[in-house]
Write a protein that binds this ligand. Structure first.
Ligand code: GCU
Length: 611
């Protein structure tokens, strides 16, 4: 095991060859610009707690009378009489609105954790010599996908997209799509079954049927490098992928051209035109970019900016920047969220960050948020910290788990690397230091570095206090561009609020630091009760004191307090103050601003004015 892990780490650490193997077979980058059919709407479903419908790795063979993915009309079969019978009927099953988590769809499913089969019947046009794909933006946690009774693919991971080729399985006319969704997490999943957020099982983001020509652009990226060059790549797939002329047009700027090699790849590397406007939170300029080759074209809205570290500074477009941020979960406002992040829901959250808190930055925690949110961050001008849920602890010694983490990172980076807003890739959150853990995270950092050398790497580290001095004692820090710590002095532990401003920190003088988390619970409306914990007054004072402490740290270059909005967590069951909600939000679950909201907004207003 140790030898295998070392071999794997060696392979990954050396020039990213292994990283490339992690490229998903199909990406369909910029698929939102393609001819497609959105399969959102009412889907029928069938619970399968004992996984009877799944023939799985433990050798359980699903009985045909329980195979929900079969392409049969059960009612018609039954009307024919005979000995045969079925113990499911997806056509007459209960319905659920997709996308959205089942936990919010039906009180009976509030705490359901297991397998549920979903069916969507749809009408499709003929493919006519082209290709057809199903693109899932996210299914939590494992997905088993069948089209017209034929298995077309599986995926593990609740927050990243996957694309399945259904050219052969698709019928012109009626189709039956069946998706088995298993929300179960275990010791080898990422995250494991221990988190501080709710389950949200199901098809939580849109599913589209996407059409493309026989030879198509599978991947197309562009980014501005600190050397003043715009670099990127176009990858074709299909019979005519080799030796094709590629044209890349950035708005009305002079187009760039290149030619694909034998493998259908073309590298783009041009000097950035003098007229190119840089993207920044203050002026989030996006260009309409058209990638064309072999008769196929995809479009994407891309901003161009550089991000780098110099000594203790984070440089955006070459200038020092302070990240005025907040952390948030992917959970819409409301008393019964379904993790259905529509554009409207995402805009409501990000609007509070940008215009309520005067922020320029968000930590999208603890997993890749929806593409809708990322595209809005581009449009609204918010810098983004992105992470995958290597959270608290995973099976560090298990090579299969490492490969899962690296694959999840790759899926995230390939999905979001055209997003100007994304500036930081994080490789972990609050994971206790151990040799195996640090090896695991180091492999992740190497993986990120080879997949995307244009962005910064960080991780939300734990701090230690010895003799009254708080410091970072973590070998992983050497692998990171930006240090980040979660600090909860004044909430967890027994520090008095008044002592916070004088807390001593010992930090590297030449490394930029972010407070990736700090926060305190407060129940909206609970006030005038002696400023005790859970009151709005306590939370507000906690912020004042923590910000005063922050003001004394010379290398602090940003913060993302925990958290924008109260969010659901099965770990928070105080019957008066929590009731299944983590109450560290500056906003209640329905968007009510707590007293501390204004404390942070004031602080950011002043910082913005002095920037
Ligand atoms: C941790 C963790 C969060 C959690 C928060 C809290 O730092 O990263 O996921 O919700 O603390 O305790 O509220």
């Amino acid at each position: 095991m140790r030898r295998l892990l070392l071999a794997l780490l060696f392979a990954i650490g050396c020039g990213g060859v292994a990283a490339q193997d992690l490229r998903p077979a199909l990406l369909l980058t910029a698929s939102q610009s393609r001819d497609s059919q959105d399969l959102s709407g009412q889907w029928t479903y069938s619970k399968d707690l004992y996984r009877t419908g799944l023939t799985d790795i433990n050798g359980w063979v699903a009985k045909s009378r329980m195979q929900r993915y079969r392409d049969i009309n059960v009612a018609a079969e039954e009307s024919r009489g005979g000995a045969g019978f079925y113990e499911f009927d997806m056509d007459r099953g209960p319905q659920m609105s997709i996308p959205g988590a089942w936990n919010a769809a039906d009180a009976e499913l509030r705490y359901y954790d297991g397998l549920i089969w979903f069916q969507r019947k749809f009408n499709a046009k003929p493919v006519n010599g082209g290709r057809a794909f199903l693109r899932f933006e996210a299914v939590n946690y494992r997905a088993y996908v069948y089209l017209n009774g034929k298995e077309v693919g599986r995926h593990e991971g609740g927050f990243t997209p996957f694309v399945l080729d259904v050219t052969d399985a698709l019928r012109a006319g009626d189709n039956r799509l069946t998706v088995g969704v298993d929300s179960t997490h275990d010791a080898q999943s990422i995250p494991t079954f221990i988190t501080d957020w709710d389950l949200y099982g199901g098809i939580t983001r849109p599913v589209r049927l996407v059409y493309a020509p026989a030879t198509f652009i599978d991947d197309a990226t562009l980014t501005l490098r600190t050397d003043g060059h715009i670099a990127g790549e176009v990858r074709l797939q299909g019979p005519k992928a080799a030796r094709q002329q590629v044209t890349v047009a950035i708005g009305s700027l002079a187009p760039a051209t290149a030619t694909t090699d034998e493998a259908g790849r073309a590298a783009i590397d041009i000097k950035a035109p003098a007229a190119l406007e840089r993207w920044s939170p203050e002026s989030p300029k996006l260009y309409d970019v058209r990638f064309s080759a072999a008769g196929d074209t995809v479009r994407d809205r891309i901003g161009f900016r550089t991000i780098a570290v110099k000594g203790g500074e984070i440089l955006l477009n070459g200038k020092p920047v302070f990240l005025r941020g907040i952390s948030l979960h992917e959970e819409e406002f409301g008393p019964n969220p379904a993790r259905n992040m529509t554009e409207q829901a995402a805009r409501a959250l990000l609007h509070e960050v940008k215009h309520g808190l005067h922020g320029n930055y968000v930590r999208l925690s603890h997993y890749p948020h929806s593409e809708t949110t990322l595209r809005l961050a581009d449009e609204m001008g918010l810098l983004v910290w992105s992470e995958i849920p290597v959270y608290w602890s995973v099976d560090w010694e298990n090579p299969a788990v490492l490969r899962k983490a690296l694959a999840m990172q790759a899926e995230t980076i390939y999905r979001d690397r055209n997003r100007a807003s994304v500036v930081l890739w994080s490789v972990g959150n609050e994971t206790p230091v151990s040799e195996a853990r640090t090896r695991f995270h180091s492999a992740m950092a190497d993986n990120v570095r080879s997949l995307d050398p244009t962005r910064l790497i960080s991780a939300a580290l734990l701090v230690e206090r010895k003799d009254g001095v708080t410091a970072i004692h973590d070998p992983l820090a050497n692998k990171l561009d930006v240090l980040a710590v979660n600090t909860y002095a004044g909430w967890y532990g027994d520090d008095k609020l008044e002592s916070l401003p004088d807390l001593k920190w010992q930090l590297p003088a030449d490394r930029p630091l972010i407070f990736s988390e700090f926060g305190a619970d407060a129940l909206a409306g609970y006030r005038n009760d002696g400023a005790r914990k859970f009151t709005e007054e306590y939370q507000a004072e906690y912020y004042r004191k923590t910000l005063a402490m922050a003001g004394k740290i010379p290398t602090l270059r940003g913060m993302s307090p925990w958290v924008l909005k109260d969010f659901r967590s099965p770990r928070r069951e105080h019957p008066v103050f929590q009731n299944g909600w983590n109450r560290k939000g500056l906003l209640s679950e329905t968007g009510v601003r707590k007293e501390a909201f204004e404390v942070l907004a004031e602080y950011y207003r002043n910082r913005a004015a002095s920037q």
